[in-house]
Design a binder for this molecule. Sequence first.
Ligand SMILES: Nc1ncnc2c1ncn2[C@@H]1O[C@H](COP(=O)(O)OP(=O)(O)OP(=O)(O)O)[C@@H](O)[C@H]1O
Ligand SMILES: [Mg+2]
Length: 321
Amino acid sequence: MKKTKVMSTFGLNAPAFSKEIADKDLWLPPSKRELVDEIVEAVSERQSVLLTGEPGTGKTCVLRAVRHRLPGEGFRLTYCHNATLGRRDFYRQLCLALGLTPSATAAAVFYAVSTHVADLAKDRVYPAFLLDEAHLLHQDTLDHLHILLNYEWDSKALLSLILVGLPELRDRLDLRRNRSLCSRIHRRISIDALTPDDTAAYVEMRLERAGCGRQLFTADALALLHEHTFGAMRERVPGGSSSKSATRGVKAEVGEVQTALDLEIVVDYGVSIADVAKDVRENVIAAVERMTGLEVVEVNIAVSDVKLPDEEEDEPETRLQ
Ligand SMILES: Nc1ncnc2c1ncn2[C@@H]1O[C@H](COP(=O)(O)OP(=O)(O)OP(=O)(O)O)[C@@H](O)[C@H]1O
Ligand SMILES: [Mg+2]
């Protein structure tokens, strides 16, 4: 792997916060291990589960840890992440994931999937369908899902449904219309945002796995990082926040290891624009690289306004300092 500037500066042998982390290397503190245990137990008992949490809190990584933990024999995990399909295409996707040839009509694809599940059960193999981003499921797909759990006159549990999504999925399932499915969900699990201690432990673990042998962040920097990420683990850089005032004038293009920033600044009349731009560039690069581990390859600065001495300070919070 080609070493980036950040990697060589901080003695890393891999990008520290990349999403390319092997299942076996996932960070599993006791709180996350409990979630994994509970899902593994549910799948072993062919129960269905609802797992919800805010974006970036590690839901999909928990599924990956479940995949890693489940024994290869006796289970067939099928991961579906395109939840935006209508009912027929949803079952076609399931067919393809199961290695079946999808037929044309909704009834035929559904029949193919359920017959396949029943056949697997004869060999004591039980599928778990992991439906990620399930808050996006079409209502007509959701209406039908409980039927997928119905075998031998609804007397046999042959598979687990693991519905994973944002917290609003819980509210959707609580709607009267979805009560048939809701009543078949055995466990409801929510994944909490990280605590400040978790954030510190997570950062330490990722840096250690990337080969960093020293303490890079002070306690204050970690506290700040926690505050800015709201306890989520996905990398954030300016431009990714939902706060309008903090991000106005900042755009970011974020890659796996590099980022490019476009900044708009307002300068006071009479100052040297070249000097201000140079200072802003240096400070922003240092701060973003320190906070995110991404290499800032480009900072484009545009002066959007010049503040005259007698001008009113109308929106001071949007200014870059
Ligand atoms: N257990 C973990 N170990 C290591 N890294 C993790 C772990 N959980 C999350 N991460 C990091 O945080 C990122 C986001 O996690 P993940 O994709 O699991 O979140 P999510 O809750 O599924 O988000 P979304 O709702 O947006 O799909 C991962 O790409 C990974 O870099
Ligand atoms: Mg996810």
